[in-house]
Design a protein around this ligand. Structure first.
Ligand code: B12
Length: 245
């Protein structure tokens, strides 16, 4: 009888195992989380994250485990070691881990205010947005998640419908980030002013501050304090001074 034991071995990863190095955490449990995401270990990520959550706060698991692991995946991609399949599997593992952390954080009963989040038209890179969603919800904000690849018109219509205190956008591609100044210009033309926090690998401080309403978000952790300021009535100009000044 033929030996089929190695039929599911992923030779692509096996071959590259020597070449990839996962960013090292001094904490064994966080290191396991990182390794599981980088290896795309979808079978075990939930258990591994649950183990880490016995010791660490969910925000620490997100920041020191999941986000660091995706930074490592980004590096592996940039260096040509990872291709689309490995990256997709790692992304899925990260999302599964994030889901566990989000459940553990729970949602506070009283909502502090509404924030609309979206990933730019034409862009399916939504991991940054998902992290932003989780952190905002954990901090008691009502998140209207418009999802990924959201047409400019849909963002404008949602802002008119829900009247949020703040809107966020995530873009990972130079071709898609241009949706942000279109949104900001449309809002200004229609007399709507609110802080529009834009983040994601493609966008820079220079780009986001080149149009009115725009505030650059470097790290997802900035989203809750920014939303707190927006709800308390801080204008987009003051927020820009505070966070991008
Ligand atoms: C993972 C990944 C994918 C995954 C996406 C899975 C998913 N669900 O998101 C998959 C495999 C599906 C994918 C597909 C593609 N990808 Co891709 N992908 C990446 C990769 C490796 C990592 C991106 C990532 O998720 N980083 C981790 C997240 C957490 O980072 P982030 O979103 O930037 O968020 C952080 C901050 O920016 C910030 N943040 C983000 N949003 C916000 C919002 C607020 C309010 C705040 C405060 C902060 C904030 O917080 C986060 C950290 O705390 C990058 C390479 C790289 N070096 O970045 C390429 C990359 C983005 N991809 C790229 C490309 C070209 C593609 C494809 C077109 C490939 C193809 N030929 O099909 C398609 C895209 C199709 C499309 N229409 O969108 C290019 C884009 C080039 C460019 N500059 O235009 C990159 C840069 C790779 C490269 N060097 O060429 N990709």
């Amino acid at each position: 009888m033929a030996d089929l034991s190695s039929v599911f071995v992923r030779y692509d990863l096996k071959k590259e195992a020597g070449e990839k190095t996962v960013a090292v955490s001094k904490d064994e449990l966080l290191q396991k989380v990182m390794t599981a995401v980088v290896d795309g270990d979808e079978d075990n990520i939930v258990d591994i994250v649950n183990q880490a959550l016995k010791v660490h706060d969910p925000l620490v698991v997100i920041r020191e485990g999941l986000v660091k692991a995706m930074n490592e995946v980004s590096r592996l991609w940039d260096e040509g070691i990872y291709y689309l399949p490995q990256t997709i599997i790692s992304s899925d593992a990260m999302m599964a881990g994030l889901d566990v952390c989000e459940k553990k954080m729970g949602h506070s009963m009283e909502k502090k205010g509404i924030v609309i989040t979206h990933t730019a038209e034409g862009d399916i890179h939504d991991l940054g947005q998902q992290i932003v969603n989780a952190l905002l919800r954990a901090n008691g904000f009502e998140v209207i998640d418009l999802g990924k690849d959201v047409p400019v018109d849909d963002v404008i219509n949602a802002i008119k419908q829900y009247k949020p205190a703040m809107v966020t956008g995530t873009a990972l591609m130079t071709t898609t980030m241009t949706a942000f100044n279109k949104i900001a210009n449309r809002l200004k033309r229609e007399g709507i002013e609110l802080p529009f926090v834009c983040g994601g690998g493609a966008v820079s401080l220079e780009y986001v501050t080149s149009f009115d309403l725009g505030i650059w978000g470097k790290e997802a952790q900035q989203a809750p304090p920014m939303a707190t300021d927006a709800v308390s009535g801080l204008s987009w100009e003051h927020m820009r001074d505070k966070y991008n000044g």
